[in-house]
Design a protein around this ligand. Structure first.
Ligand code: SAM
Length: 316
């Protein structure tokens, strides 16, 4: 199916007002293009630590929206133009021109799958749920994964750094906390390496379904793990539910700027002697995380690098 794409040229001042008017008209899923840098909270949610170069904000913004080919675009465009005129009375909407084009229907949710194929991390074969295991790989530890829209195929360097550290420190008595579990890959591998129990947390609701699905596909029963939504950094309900001095290992593959406030919280969740594995650290933030770990009173055991990413492992 083809879609009609509309591009409104406006100002950064008016973009929020126009977006909410479009939503009131029933237009869902608008795209914004402007030169305003991401906020700290945007970056944390999007797992972005290296910002692309953007030009200086010139106040111009573009708002894209899409209508199905058979929708009455004349009526919708008339309503949009009316809204733009109303907003122009009290805000600078700039040019407020609307450019029209057509676009192919692309399956954005599933399109990335063509780039995700089976691969190995040491002796672990990670295989997407839509591929088959080759006979020569049947002796490997096999993990089937479909991250859905959650993060965590295992292909990212930061995940691989965590997997190696988990394998090193897991014992049959290990209870592990996986903060920012995404697809559930780290907790799941810990259980496959022999851990007793895994608790995962994430801010992203997609992570909950993805973790349940991946655990099930890999034959892990609901008695071996739990997963919860919420921000352990500032939500005491989540902290209480996760439990204190309970974990032999806490793993967190999140950005350095999140690891810094997370570390003192994690200290309370770790058993004395417990291991804290951090990753997701871009190389120029290595010292920031090491400092946060030391400040919390942990002892740094190991620092590993892969590409431009760093993992710091410490002991309580
Ligand atoms: C890089 S992904 C890691 C996913 C998976 N653990 C892995 O290693 O592949 C980071 C995850 O942390 C989550 N996240 C970010 N801040 C968080 C917080 N304060 N508490 C819990 N999860 C958080 C994100 O939603 C995302 O799913």
């Amino acid at each position: 199916m083809k879609w009609n794409k509309f591009r409104i040229k406006t100002t950064t001042e008016a973009e929020d007002l126009i977006c909410s008017s479009l939503m009131e008209l029933g237009i869902q899923g608008v795209e914004l293009e402007d030169k305003i840098p991401l906020t700290q909270s945007d970056k944390e949610q999007m797992f972005v630590d290296i910002m692309p170069e953007i030009d200086v904000d010139d106040g111009v913004a573009y708002i894209n929206f899409y209508l199905e080919e058979d929708e009455d675009k004349g009526a919708v465009l008339a309503a949009v133009r009316e809204e733009l005129e109303d907003i122009a009375v009290y805000a600078n909407v700039g040019e407020a021109s609307i450019e029209e084009s057509q676009t192919e229907d692309v399956d954005w949710v599933n399109n990335w799958k063509q780039y995700f194929h089976q691969f190995t991390i040491d002796d672990v074969l990670i295989i997407p749920s839509w591929e088959d295991v080759q006979p020569e790989d049947e002796d490997k530890m096999i993990i089937h994964i479909d991250p859905g829209t959650a993060f965590g195929t295992g292909m990212h360097e930061t995940t691989q750094l965590c997997i190696r550290q988990i394998k090193k420190y897991v014992t049959p008595d290990t209870v592990i906390l996986d903060v920012g579990c995404g697809s559930g890959i780290l907790g799941m591998l810990a259980l496959k390496f022999g851990a007793k129990y895994s608790v995962g947390t994430d801010l992203d609701p997609c992570a909950i379904d993805a973790t349940h699905e991946n655990m099930e596909v890999n034959g892990i029963s609901g008695e071996q793990y739990e997963v919860m939504i919420g921000n352990i950094i500032d939500n005491t309900e989540v902290q209480d539910k996760v439990g204190y001095e309970k974990y032999d290992i806490v793993v967190a593959n999140i950005l350095a700027d999140v690891l810094v406030p997370l570390t003192p919280v994690i200290l309370a969740q770790l058993k004395p002697g417990g291991i804290y594995i951090t990753s997701g650290i871009i190389d120029d933030k290595e010292q920031t995380v090491v400092d946060a770990v030391l400040k919390a009173g942990l002892t740094v055991l190991e620092v590993h690098h892969q590409g431009e990413w760093v993992s710091v492992t410490a002991r309580k």
